[in-house]
Every structure is written in structure tokens, then in C-alpha cells.
Write a protein that binds this ligand. Structure first.
Ligand SMILES: O=C(O)c1cccc(C(=O)CC[C@H]2O[C@@H](n3cnc4c(=O)[nH]cnc43)[C@H](O)[C@@H]2O)c1
Length: 232
């Protein structure tokens, strides 16, 4: 379970009660419960990828590779579809600003002949998580720069009409998971609208509460995620 910061990790941890063991890794300290490992991977896609890769590699070398990686935390929501406090399960984790600006508009890095800009979580898992919680499903964008204007919000939505939310770690976490052949899903709670910068409009407490409530419902789905589920 990869969150950006410890506050997000700790609200998610409430869904997995019991003793916690701290396991130091090169990039971060893993919180191990009986059911899941939780890691505050840092803010932004690069640090999130490095921290997640470190945990995945440590687990693989210990002979206990992970079955699933979950990127979780707060996010900006695209109004009116993803209002404050809404939960979003990503059916597509998309790097929104990985590419090149041209006179004719933005070109994703795939159009330049490199890499990937999208990781799709297993459809059955997305369905089960949404059914268990009533969460919205849609694209969650990963950005390196938090959107701060109506113009940029509209530009992103025009490029990604299915986008419900933007955050800063999902694609980095997903790249690390993909490098290990491990399925990934991203779950976000909306703390602020994507658009003009307005710190007074943030509802971080409400979003953290939504994460706690949501993970109370997601926990059994995530814990029962099996090899069988992955093929459906
Ligand atoms: O200073 C600002 O204007 C500002 C606006 C929104 C978010 C931030 C952050 O520093 C939060 C980064 C942190 O939280 C996630 N997050 C939450 N809301 C958003 C958003 O609208 N766009 C992108 N990321 C968001 C993100 O995943 C980071 O972990 C500052």
C-alpha cells in the first residue's frame, strides 16, 4: 500500500488493525501489519517510483513478492464529476504531463517513440472495489505540477475526457509495479477541486476521513485478491 505521506498511510492503516512492525528500506520505512505492508513513498512520481521499487525489490529478494500494489491518497477532483470527499478507483492510471509540448499541442511520450503513459489496473478488481464502496471509477491522472488554473484544468479534461481526478504518485507507483510484473490499482479521495488555486477550499480532513471509511470497505476485497481473480 503506497501513500505519499505518513498521514495518508496512517488513515489507511486503520482498516488493517493489529501490531505493526517497522522494516527499514533504503528509501523509506515499511509499516508491516499482519495483512498488508504500508509505505509512505513521498510526494511526486519520481520519489514514489523509487520508494515503491525499493519495497518491491526487497520483497522479491526475500522470496515473498507482493501480489498487488495499491497507490492511495488524496487528490484533486474534476468538477462536477468528482466532488469533494468522493472516492475514486482508477480504471486507468495516466501520466498526464509526460511528453513534449509542440506548436500543435501536447504529445505524449509514446508518440515520441518512448515508454508508456498508462497503466490499467485489473478490471475485475476495479469493479469489486467500486461495488464494495460505491466509489467512482475513471481515469486518475498523475501530474508533476498541481493544476492551478481553470485553463489547465480544461486542457487536461480535453486531453483526458474520462479523467476524474489528478494526483502526483500513481503513475510512478505503477511504473515500479509494472517493472516487477505486479498488478496495480490507484484509490483516491478528493480533497480539492482541480482548477484555480484556492487553499481555503481544501478539505484534507474530509478526504482523509473518506479514505478511512473507504478502506474499511476495500480491505476484504484487497485481502482476498487472488491469482484466480487476476485472470477475470
Ligand atoms: O499549493 C497548492 O496550491 C496545492 C494544491 C493542491 C495540492 C497541493 C499539494 O501539495 C498536495 C500534494 C499531495 O496531495 C495529492 N494531491 C491532492 N490534491 C491534488 C491536486 O489537486 N493535484 C495534484 N495532486 C494533489 C498529491 O498526490 C500529493 O501527494 C498543493
Amino acid at each position: 500500500m503506497a501513500t505519499a505521506v505518513p498521514a495518508e498511510r496512517d488513515v489507511v492503516a486503520r482498516a488493517f488493525p493489529g501490531p505493526v512492525t517497522e522494516v527499514p528500506l533504503p528509501a523509506a520505512v515499511l509499516h508491516r501489519t499482519g495483512a498488508v505492508d504500508l509505505l509512505a513513498v513521498g510526494v511526486g512520481p519520481a520519489l514514489a517510483a523509487a520508494s515503491t521499487a525499493s519495497a518491491l525489490t526487497a520483497a522479491a529478494l526475500a522470496g515473498a513478492p507482493y501480489d498487488l500494489v495499491v497507490s492511495a491518497g488524496i487528490a484533486g477532483g474534476f468538477a462536477p464529476d468528482a466532488p469533494l470527499g468522493a472516492l475514486v478507483v482508477a480504471d486507468d492510471i495516466v501520466a498526464a504531463d509526460l511528453g513534449a509540448e509542440t506548436p500543435d499541442g501536447f504529445l505524449p511520450v509514446t508518440d515520441l517513440g518512448f515508454g508508456t503513459v498508462s497503466h490499467r489496473p485489473p478490471a475485475s478488481l476495479v469493479r469489486e472495489l467500486a461495488a464494495a464502496s460505491g466509489a467512482l471509477t475513471g481515469t486518475v491522472l498523475t501530474v508533476s505540477t498541481v493544476t492551478g488554473s481553470a485553463r489547465r484544468a480544461a486542457e487536461l479534461r480535453a486531453l483526458h475526457p474520462s479523467a476524474l481526478a489528478e494526483a502526483m504518485e500513481g503513475f510512478g507507483v505503477a511504473e515500479a509495479a509494472a517493472a516487477h510484473g505486479t498488478p496495480v490499482v490507484e484509490i483516491r479521495a478528493v480533497s480539492n477541486p482541480v482548477g484555480p488555486r484556492d487553499r481555503a477550499a481544501w478539505r484534507i480532513g474530509d478526504a482523509l476521513a473518506a479514505l478511512t471509511e473507504g478502506f474499511g470497505k476495500f480491505a476484504h476485497v484487497l485481502e482476498s485478491w487472488t491469482q484466480h481473480d487476476r485472470t477475470h
